[in-house]
Design a protein around this ligand. Structure first.
Ligand code: OAD
Length: 239
């Protein structure tokens, strides 16, 4: 049993967003110079956008998949992996990020609710295929051999995030909920803090600035994810 701010903590749920990968060099979505400042999400991240201009969507996600090869996990990713490995209770990590930096930082359990860049979906046979290669409108599915049926395995606006049942069950039983580097704009993730509060959990937000949902958290630790997450993990493992 671990004491944290006067509470007993056995089960932790951690939600991460683009801010946890920012110091690794990956642009966030809504900060100045963010991805959605250069592109309208409605031109990229919707099924309708993909139907209208698939080449634009392929190019966007191919570039982001390729970028993963030139970035590395940072202290925040590694600290969260250390917490998962060393905390005596349960630590469930759910991320909105589609990068693979949590895994490369050492996390063995990562729930990617918005999909993954290193996975593509075949619309013909419904297979999810792991790949770090580019795809385009002529790519062949290695499972069914179908041509031109692959799409990025990304949950777009208007689609249902992955693993929601599992995430809701973890929220219902957690005693500590931590959100790191997320603006609190996109639901359902932005509502997870409310689920945790209903479960009676303590809630902590780590963010460089005030987010849309800061007021819902018991505690906000304002600053860079690398500093704040490392300190928070030290505290949780200090017992
Ligand atoms: P956003 O870009 O909306 O928010 C990033 C958050 O991270 C902001 O609140 C920043 O203040 C904070 N931040 C930036 N750098 C930081 C740092 N070094 N340390 C701590 N905090 C930092 O990204 P998300 O909230 O992840 O969905 O966006 C949610 C979803 O919206 C994404 O998963 C994506 C997007 O549309 C899809 O593409 C489906």
């Amino acid at each position: 049993m671990t004491q944290f701010n006067g509470r007993t903590v056995n089960r932790i749920v951690i939600l991460t967003g683009a801010g946890v990968s920012a110091e690794s060099g990956l642009a966030t979505f809504r900060d100045s110079d963010g991805l959605w400042e250069k592109h309208d999400p409605m031109d990229i991240a919707t099924p309708e956008a993909f139907a209208r201009d698939p080449d634009l969507v392929y190019r966007f996600y191919n570039a982001r998949r390729n970028q993963l090869k030139s970035v590395s996990p940072n202290v925040a990713h590694r600290s969260l992996a250390r917490l998962q490995a060393e905390f005596p209770g349960e630590v469930f990590l759910v991320t909105q990020n589609v990068d693979d930096l949590h895994e490369r930082g050492g996390s063995v359990q990562v729930c990617h609710m918005h999909g993954e860049l290193n996975s593509v979906l075949c619309k013909a046979c419904s297979s999810a295929i792991r790949t770090s290669k580019d795809i385009d409108g002529h790519s062949t599915c290695p499972e069914c051999g179908g041509s031109g049926k692959l799409r990025p395995d990304i949950v777009w606006f208007g689609e249902i995030p992955y693993h929601m049942g599992k995430i809701e069950r973890r929220l219902e039983t957690c005693d500590l909920f931590i959100a790191v580097g997320t603006s609190g704009v996109v639901y359902p993730a932005a509502g997870f803090v409310q689920g945790a509060l209903l479960a009676g959990a303590m809630t902590v937000e780590v963010n460089r600035e005030v987010s849309e949902v800061t007021g819902s958290f018991h505690q906000q630790r304002q600053g860079l994810a690398t500093d704040q997450v490392r300190n928070l993990v030290e505290e949780l493992l200090a017992d």
